[in-house]
Design a protein around this ligand. Structure first.
Ligand code: ADP
Length: 280
């Protein structure tokens, strides 16, 4: 349990702000994690994991020590993003009892990743677990991983306002949350629920990344909004949070992801500058 001096959210502590004096936040057992940033969405498939991966690479290329916890237990995709899905994360015994610790898989750039897909025998193996079991396993993946010294631990959150997302927000000392959405009114409405829940739980919402905002014409370079005529600013205004980035539908990114070359492809693009600056 928590020790305030090593707690990643000591400067933004919701318990203290609310005048509370007891803390139930869980601190990772192995290592020193300075900041925990959550990335959340309303629904699956909007690009939450892609944004988590992009943020991790951009932060790493800016010189920070970065880890990624894939908390989307039923839809894990971080190992594929980094092209490390063929690898397995070793489990080492600790002491004389049944306790183990997980050794995260490192990407070529040195980002430490833990995901249920790196712990099961095969990546296609589904987890057929109910909420409380998923929550227990996730707690273990977070607290019993040998993270070492990290400037940033990024958490690819389970989508939506369900049981697991709720527990993560209540038990992990997340300092800031980044919200990912697509420009569709129905998606925004569900994202707004996530924003309200996050704020109610005392977690600071930094802003929204609008993904799949537009396409760029290959012949003339013109930007065309694909899902909505409303601007990204209008969508952010509806959510009541700052707009941090607008990402186009990007086939080059996807091609590089499929080849496991995201780290080589991503290189300080201006479109992510505001997003990264709000975190560091
Ligand atoms: P989520 O984590 O929200 O479920 P993912 O990040 O896994 O979503 O993205 C869902 C799918 O959409 C993936 O196949 C991903 O490669 C693709 N995708 C995400 N963002 C983009 C984008 N900007 N351009 C093209 N494809 C994208």
């Amino acid at each position: 349990m928590s020790n305030c001096s090593t707690c990643p959210s000591k400067n933004n502590c919701s318990t203290k702000k609310a005048g509370g004096d007891s803390c139930s936040k869980i601190i990772p057992k192995y290592g020193n994690v300075k900041n925990i940033i959550g990335v959340i969405s309303g629904k699956g498939g909007v690009g939450k994991s892609t944004v988590t991966g992009i943020m991790a690479v951009e932060l790493r290329k800016a010189g920070y020590k970065v880890g990624v916890l894939d908390a989307d237990i039923t839809g894990p995709s971080m190992p594929r993003f980094f092209g490390i899905n063929e690898k397995r994360a070793p489990m080492l015994p600790v002491g004389n009892n049944d306790e183990v610790k997980f050794i995260p898989v490192e990407t070529p750039l040195g980002i430490k990743v833990i995901s249920i897909n790196l712990l099961t025998e095969q990546e296609e193996q589904p987890v057929i677990w109910r909420g409380p079991v998923i929550t227990g396993v996730l707690n273990q993946m977070y607290s019993d991983t040998e993270w070492g010294d990290l400037d940033y631990l990024l958490i690819d959150m389970p989508p939506g306002t369900g049981d697991v997302a709720l527990t993560v927000m209540q038990s992990f000392p997340i300092s800031d949350m980044i919200v990912v959405s697509t420009p569709q009114d129905m998606v925004s409405m569900i994202v707004k629920k996530v924003v309200i829940m996050t704020e109610k739980l005392g977690v600071n919402v930094k802003g929204v990344v609008e993904n799949m905002s537009y396409i760029i014409c290959e012949s003339c370079g013109e930007k065309t909004r694909v899902f909505s005529k409303k601007s990204a600013e209008e969508q952010a205004l509806y959510l009541g949070i700052p707009l941090l980035a607008e990402m186009p539908i990007n086939l080059d990114l996807i091609e590089n992801l499929e080849k496991g070359k995201a780290e080589e492809y991503l290189n300080h693009s201006q479109q992510y500058e505001k997003l990264i600056k709000t975190i560091i």
